[in-house]
Design a binder for this molecule. Sequence first.
Ligand code: HEC
Length: 143
Amino acid sequence: MSRLAILATLVVLGLSGSDAALADERMVAAKKDFDVHCAPCHGTDGKGRGPFPPGLAKKPADLTEITAKYGGVFPEDRVFETIAGLDLPEGHGSRDMPIWGDVFITESVGKSTKLEDAMKASDDTSRRIVALIRYIETLQAAP
Ligand code: HEC
């Protein structure tokens, strides 16, 4: 099974377990994650005005307008898929946004080839992405 396939099977778990508000601690970690990995393109305020990189074919999305764009309901499943890279409409490599599911899972699993570690890494990755989604939800512009 590919790492992304393992991740995909855990998407459901990741989302269903997260309905209760995440602890502040996780939100702080998510903000840090966002500032390091996402702000370079999307900006720390999420408005898509990060400093780099000028060569992108597509402008980074304004992440504060997602709820507005989707008719007033924050589409968490869709956002999960976008961040994890499960919705590759244009195929691998053509997206201007890195496939974070792969990036995070690789970071987490390291050099291990054990299934156990892969499972844990994909679990960690799901949680990490869910925390990012909660954080992005807090950035939504008031209607
Ligand atoms: C290298 C630049 C870059 C980085 C870094 C980046 N993104 Fe993006 N992101 C984009 C671009 C460009 C788009 C819009 C075009 C597309 O579909 O590829 C986008 C789109 C999105 C969307 C879809 C928004 C919508 O309106 O549907 C989400 C959600 C998102 N990014 C979240 C993130 C998160 C979370 C991170 C950090 C983990 C991140 N991005 C890091 C470039 C980036």
